[in-house]
Design a protein around this ligand. Structure first.
Ligand code: ATP
Length: 391
């Protein structure tokens, strides 16, 4: 899982009660006939954020972006941009630019002419246009390619021309619909960093739509996860990854093992969950917001589990001070191994029959793997590794 650390802002604006949102979406719905593509969505996005709308196909993310751009009108609710209700304001009068999935570059124009097009339409003076185009070409590192036509560029370069064309009009808010979808995996990863760097340089508020959770995790300051027109969780990449609020989010973001169980003890500082799925009782080293008797899922990420052939030290679950690093352990047999370079992924069939995934770093270069197929193994994880899910 890529979780790149963004340069920390002085204070995350969404945590500052004095900060006013730049974009405020209040109870917005969009219906097509009887079908709600966007359903009662409320969101606050702050100036300078790189905000990602993340969700599977058809969850309503593009519709929400089109509502912001003014290409669709809400069936209910209100959208404020920079304190102004934008209802009735046409797309070209909003301080917003939208970069589409298909970059829609004019094939017969050079890169520089493509970028200058919107400025000519706005009838800016020639000299201003020349300066602005040169400035953005420099920004996207295409200063030497201004005379080329789009077909003479690579996919990544075309993507940067489209970005330059969106930025040259100096929008306050840039909406990007799957901007990297046309790029292959390697180029996409490289371009993710470029996009973040450019956004930090220009300071424009970016709202990006993507179905790719790694992409959202890598680039965004915050992510809103969408499902069936609703926002199911909003948070920083690490909040969403470490503290998913539901099974849907836990499973959508990264890989996860979920053990079904029942709370048998719910104290302010810990909880105990009995789970046939895990084949052992699960100790959670913090209080949970559900009472004894509640059925729950316990989500544990594969990289938070350790594998060993010998019985790991169990520690003492009742020890309040200095909690042990290992309090949960299950037993099973290795049924699959995938070597993925930096890590190996093990599928272990627990004694309960449940298959789980465990990710172990490949710390040493070795041709002989210490744990292999059909080995009997212990899987251990600490008291803070599991997240209790009640929905
Ligand atoms: P994708 O990643 O596949 O583009 P999305 O999350 O961006 O998906 P939207 O394009 O917002 O999804 O569409 C959400 C839902 O609304 C879909 O079920 C879609 O079929 C429906 N929808 C979108 N536009 C219209 C329209 N103009 N008329 C009728 N239904 C529409």
């Amino acid at each position: 899982m890529t979780d790149v650390y963004r340069r920390p802002a002085k204070l995350e604006p969404w945590q500052d009660p004095k900060e006013l949102p730049y974009v405020q979406i209040e109870g917005v719905s969009k219906k097509f006939g009887d079908f709600a593509a966007v359903d009662d969505v409320s969101l606050s996005i702050y100036r300078g954020e790189f905000f990602a709308l993340l969700g599977g196909s058809g969850c309503g993310k593009t519709t929400l972006l089109r509502l912001l751009a003014g290409f669709e009108q809400p069936s209910a609710g209100r959208i404020m941009i920079d304190g102004l209700d934008v209802a009735g304001i046409p797309p070209y009068d909003r301080p917003v630019n939208m970069m589409f999935q298909s970059y829609a570059l004019f094939p017969h124009m050079t890169v520089a002419q493509n970028i200058a097009f919107g400025l000519h339409q706005d009838r800016l003076p020639r000299e201003t246009i020349r300066e602005r185009v040169a400035e953005v070409l420099e920004l996207v590192q295409l200063a030497r390619h201004g005379h080329r036509r789009p077909h003479q560029l690579s996919g990544g370069q075309r993507q940067r021309v489209a970005l330059a064309r969106s930025l040259v009009k100096r929008p306050k808010l840039l909406l990007l619909d799957e901007p990297l979808a046309a790029l292959d995996k390697k180029l996409r990863e490289q371009t993710q960093f470029e996009l973040v760097n450019i956004q930090e340089q220009v300071g424009v508020t970016f709202i990006i739509v993507t179905h790719d959770q790694e992409e959202a995790m890598t680039m965004a300051s915050r992510i809103a996860v969408m499902d069936h027109g609703y926002i199911v969780q909003t948070g920083t990449p690490s909040e969403i990854y470490e503290f998913p609020s539901s099974r849907f989010v836990a499973e959508f973001i990264g890989s996860v093992n979920i053990f079904d169980g029942l709370i048998v003890e719910s104290a302010p500082d810990h909880a105990m969950i009995t789970s046939e799925d895990a084949g052992c009782d699960l100790f959670i080293g913090q209080g949970v917001s559900a009472a004894a008797g509640t059925p729950v899922g316990v989500a544990v990420r594969p990289e938070k589990m350790q594998l060993s052939k010998v019985v790991p030290d169990q520690g003492d679950a009742d020890q309040d001070l200095n909690p042990p690093s290992v309090t949960n352990r299950a037993h099973g047999v290795v049924v699959e191994i995938a070597y993925v370079g930096t890590h190996s992924l093990y599928v272990v069939r627990l004694d309960s029959g449940k298959p789980i995934r465990v990710l172990a770093p490949n710390l040493t270069r070795t041709t002989e793997m210490p744990i292999t197929w059909d080995d009997h193994v212990h899987v251990a994880w600490g008291p803070t590794a599991g997240v209790v899910l009640t929905q």
